[in-house]
Design a protein around this ligand. Structure first.
Ligand code: 1YM
Length: 692
């Protein structure tokens, strides 16, 4: 959250109002909200909840609270309740106002009370509350402390009145109710239930023993009784709600991550210990998969880019696994060590550190920079993991076997890559026989059409502009290698041809400057097989040719779905909607006609190719319309006009994100786990059926 933390002189003090440091008012927050909450979009809006929640969570981490409730209320309000000590309400000696008011209405007001508590939010305790207050149209804070119940309200961060004692109470805790200011959050002030639930679930894993209730009471029609019970949850409303409580902490989180995966060993490794003044908590388990998931946290802040703690962890993991494998004769003297890459394959791990002084690399908190976290993590992990391997020999054996498998796969992949390279190198300029190359040798004007199937390939060859357009037909089914590791694809003739045609090698020797075409156009059919092949090609580019994607060289052709013939003129439509628009523009009224008249080419398995039957449903009033199921159904002229001619065609550029998405789909379709594939197929079965 708040920048320029360094400016704050940290002062050790015991609990009390006098240890709060006051720096400035709240105007800067409303002037530049982005500086304090990142953005005024949805992320910034949700950040408000996290800020208030963090104060409750810190109270729990310091051992004073064990329950937090987050309620989305009607009319855009949010309420966060905890059962901690309550924000101090005593009078501050300098400002002569209540500590509560100072915390809520001044920037950088906070305090480090109770000396040895972790400064868990990576800032000063309570610093975020004033920012939330400044950006809310209405805030109400209630503190229940030692039998007394206090309250103060604010508008856009400005108090309405002094802190008031409302009465007596038997609770202890803090309640903050606020409504984000629509003037600030111009994109909208509606919270996303899933975002809130996901964030709070993760937080529950990070704070062992803390119960978090999340309640969606936005549609509640009764009066919201803010002054009744401390916990709305206790009132028994029938509202969507979720509660999280994880005794196992990070162990539970690893279990959650691996919920749909197949573990390669039974016991989840877990340690929680302090070294060199740094709290370290680690959990891990290997699964039968190629991916690696390491979640990193420093003072409960996610570090998507890792940092010193992750470095310490990874280095130790590689060293310990090799040491154990050698000691137990699994790796012989002549064998080479497993690499860091090998031991990461299939790993799910969570590493969380707690530091008193925290340093991040760069402006965001994405990467931890504190050096002491590296050695502390290494120390704690080394001792505990060595013991784990020794006490759980079955788990140890499976973990090492998994690493050995990765090592073998890595070597096989390298051999395959080398052979592709060698072939390219040996044959000099010789290109694959399947490739119909273009005449131009200027990559910036050259295009390679990667076409599904030999028959479409034939049409494309005839319809192309030979000067700038090259065609590489792929035999569809062969690419459909089920359950294959991607490494194996490199052994496939089809992929080798593609690599050779592109002319830029692969792996370590890849050179973007050598790519022979600056447009690589994937042209597959608009059916399930076509989608499958496209996914596979995109995955291939994503994993082996990311620079090509980043350079924006990869495109997807958009062949039309329909051809409409009317008065000797032809019209192409790329979607059902476009087709209907064509009808309308030609003066046909869809509403009156109802069903659309479509001529389809029905393929009959028992007949020879080309011997197809035309089935036409006669509905008199619409012009003849042909639906293309594949590129192969188009003649060269049609293909040229609709898909290849640069002045008429539509191409979709592939972003790195789209390729990453394809990679995920590929993993699901081709991976070892049956569950996700099954549910994917069930979900998309309806869409798939349309093509049959
Ligand atoms: C719903 C939001 O803010 N709870 C909360 C905040 C504080 C305390 C307890 C607290 C902390 C300390 C001592 C301490 C805060 N205190 C301060 C400050 N819930 C919510 N619960 N006594 C009470 O850290 O030593 C800031 S936040 F600065 F006054 F200590």
């Amino acid at each position: 959250m708040a920048p320029k933390k360094e400016e704050i002189v940290k002062k050790k003090a015991s609990y009390g109002a006098e240890s709060i440091q006051v720096l400035e008012g709240l105007e800067p927050v409303r002037k530049r909200p982005g500086m304090y909450i990142g953005s005024t979009g949805p992320a910034g809006l949700h950040h408000l909840i996290w800020e208030i929640f963090d104060n409750s969570r810190d109270e729990a981490m310091n051992g004073h609270a064990n329950r937090v409730e987050v309620v989305l209320l009607p009319d855009g309000y949010v309420r966060v309740v905890d059962n901690g000590r309550g924000i101090p309400t005593g009078i501050h000696p300098k400002t002569k106002v209540s500590a509560l008011e100072t915390i809520m209405t001044t920037l950088h007001a906070g305090g480090k009370f109770g000396g040895d508590g972790y400064n868990v939010s990576g800032g000063l305790h309570g610093v975020g509350a004033s920012v939330v207050n400044a950006l809310s149209i209405h805030t109400r804070v209630e503190v229940h402390h030692e039998g007394a119940w206090f309250m103060q309200e604010y508008k856009q961060g400005i108090r309405k009145a002094a802190v008031k004692q409302m009465g007596k109470t038997k609770f202890n805790g803090t309640i903050v109710t606020f409504k984000p200011d629509a003037e600030i959050f111009k994109e909208g002030t509606e919270f996303n239930w899933d975002t809130v639930v996901t964030h709070l679930r993760q937080q529950a894993y990070l704070v062992k023993g803390l119960t978090i209730h999340v309640i969606d009471a936005r549609t509640y029609e009764g009066k919201v009784d803010l002054e009744g019970s401390l916990y709305i949850f206790d009132l028994g409303w029938e509202q969507p709600s979720q509660s999280f409580y994880f005794e196992g902490g990070l162990k539970s989180l690893v279990k959650h991550y691996n919920e749909f995966a197949k573990p390669v060993h039974k016991n989840i490794f877990y340690v929680e210990k302090e070294a060199e003044g740094v709290g370290v908590e680690i959990a891990l388990q290997y699964i039968d998969d190629l991916s690696t998931k390491i979640a990193a946290f420093a003072n409960n802040i996610p570090n998507p880019e890792g940092g010193t703690h992750i470095t310490g962890f990874k280095t130790s993991l590689t060293r310990l696994i090799n040491a154990y494998a050698r000691k137990n004769g699994i790796l012989k003297e002549k064998d080479e060590n497993l690499t860091g890459e090998d031991v990461l394959e299939g790993l799910t791990a969570v590493v969380s550190v707690k530091l008193r002084e925290i340093q991040f690399e760069g402006q965001t908190k994405a990467k931890l920079g504190s050096m002491e976290a590296q050695s502390a993590t290494a120390t704690v992990f080394s001792d505990a993991f060595t013991l784990f391997l020794e006490e759980n020999p079955d788990d140890a054996k499976e973990i090492i076997n998994k690493g050995l498998l990765a090592l073998r796969a890595r070597k096989a992949a390298k051999a395959a890559k080398d052979s592709v390279l060698r072939k390219g190198a040996l044959e000099g300029f010789s290109l694959p026989g399947k490739l119909a190359d273009c005449q131009s040798s200027d990559p910036s004007e050259s295009e390679l059409f990667i076409v599904e199937g030999d028959s479409a390939g034939g049409s494309a060859k005839m319809g192309r502009d030979r000067r700038t357009q090259a065609i590489l037909p792929l035999r569809g089914k062969i690419l459909n290698v089920e359950r294959a590791r991607l490494d194996k694809m490199l052994g496939s003739e089809q992929i080798k041809n593609l690599v050779l045609a592109m002319g830029a090698a692969i792996g370590d020797t890849f050179d973007l400057n050598k790519v022979r075409y600056h447009k690589l156009i994937i042209a597959t059919d608009a059916d399930v097989d076509g989608a499958h092949i496209r996914t596979l090609l995109l995955t291939f580019f994503f994993r082996y040719y990311r620079p090509i994607l980043e350079a924006g060289y990869v495109y997807i052709a958009q062949p039309p779905l329909y051809k409409i013939t009317h008065n000797k003129k032809e019209y192409y439509a790329y979607s059902d909607e476009e087709r209907d628009n064509v009808y309308k523009s030609l003066g046909f009224k869809l509403e009156e006609i109802g069903e659309v008249d479509i001529t389809e080419t029905i393929e009959d398995e028992s007949k020879e190719e080309g011997d197809e039957e035309e089935v036409t449903t006669k509905k008199p009033k619409l012009p003849p319309t042909q639906r293309y199921k594949g590129l192969g159904e188009m003649n060269p002229d049609e293909l040229k006009e609709t898909t290849m001619d640069p002045s008429k065609r539509v191409l979709k550029i592939v972003s790195i994100e789209a390729a990453e998405e394809a990679d995920k789909v590929f993993e699901m379709l081709m991976g070892n786990e049956v569950g996700p594939r099954k549910s994917f197929i069930q979900t998309y079965a309806k869409q798939a059926n349309l093509d049959i």
